[in-house]
Design a protein around this ligand. Structure first.
Ligand code: NAD
Length: 211
């Protein structure tokens, strides 16, 4: 038996999307069984790390057999909450907001984009992949009516805290924030920041500090 999900460390959880991705690739290639050594060679984690990580999720590994890819993939999907479905909205319908709206893969994992919002009259009334762009003034009523779970912030950083406050007040449970600012939200609101420039600057550091 695996651990209670609440007892699994965040460090392990942060590695799960990578397992999920590799296991999905294996299933697509019709590979149904894999050893921790083979997974290790593919993923760049040590075999012992993989065994430790996956031991959190019950008896999917068997001595001499390896892992049942399908079962493990299913369990990781469950733990990541990817069996559920979520209503989402994007606030800020510029370059990034539209790029996210146009990326159809999120929908496959249950993230349904219900609407985009903006202040720019040129964007309001448009549709991005059949999803309407509404005036920001309609945000609260819309979230309330459609039971939106996740707000995605793609506005310039100056407006991001105000948008976060509005999203929280309207009743979203989680915020996916792309603005380069650390937002303050109540403790019961889940927030995940994607600071693309942080990642780019690490790349720059590594580029400039090569052996
Ligand atoms: N585009 C990228 O690749 C990228 C990369 C890293 C970070 N970001 C961050 O993502 C955010 C969006 O970037 P972008 O390139 O899409 O900018 P953008 O200027 O193309 O789009 C921002 C949109 O937000 C709208 N907006 C402004 N104030 C608003 C408000 N109060 N309510 C609703 N909408 C409002 C604007 O009208 C505009 O359409 C920025 O914070 C940026 O720093 C973007």
């Amino acid at each position: 038996m695996g651990k209670n999900h609440k007892d699994i460390s965040m460090a392990v959880i942060r590695r799960l999307p990578k397992y999920h991705r590799y296991l999905k690739d294996l299933l697509d290639k019709e590979v149904y069984r894999i050893s921790s050594k083979e997974l290790s060679a593919m993923m760049g984690f040590t075999a012992s790390q993989i065994r430790q990580d996956l031991n959190n999720f019950g008896g999917f590994g068997q001595q001499g057999y390896g892992y049942n890819v399908e079962e493990l993939y299913g369990e990781i999907q469950k733990i990541l909450g990817l069996m559920a479905s979520y209503n989402t909205v994007i606030v800020g319908s510029g370059n990034l907001g539209q790029a996210i709206a146009n990326y159809t893969n999120f929908q496959k994992y249950g993230f349904k984009l219900m609407a985009l919002f903006d202040t720019n009259p040129k964007l309001i009334g448009m549709k991005i992949r059949d999803v309407p762009v509404f005036d920001i003034d309609e945000l609260q009523g819309f979230i309330d009516e459609k039971q939106v779970d996740i707000g995605i912030i793609c506005t310039p950083k100056e407006f991001a805290q105000d948008i976060a406050d509005k999203l929280v007040k309207s009743g979203v449970s989680a915020i996916w924030n792309f603005a380069p600012i650390d937002l303050k939200v109540p403790e019961d609101i889940i927030i995940e920041n994607v600071h693309l420039s942080d990642s780019l600057f690490i790349l720059s550091y590594l580029l400039n500090n090569q052996e």
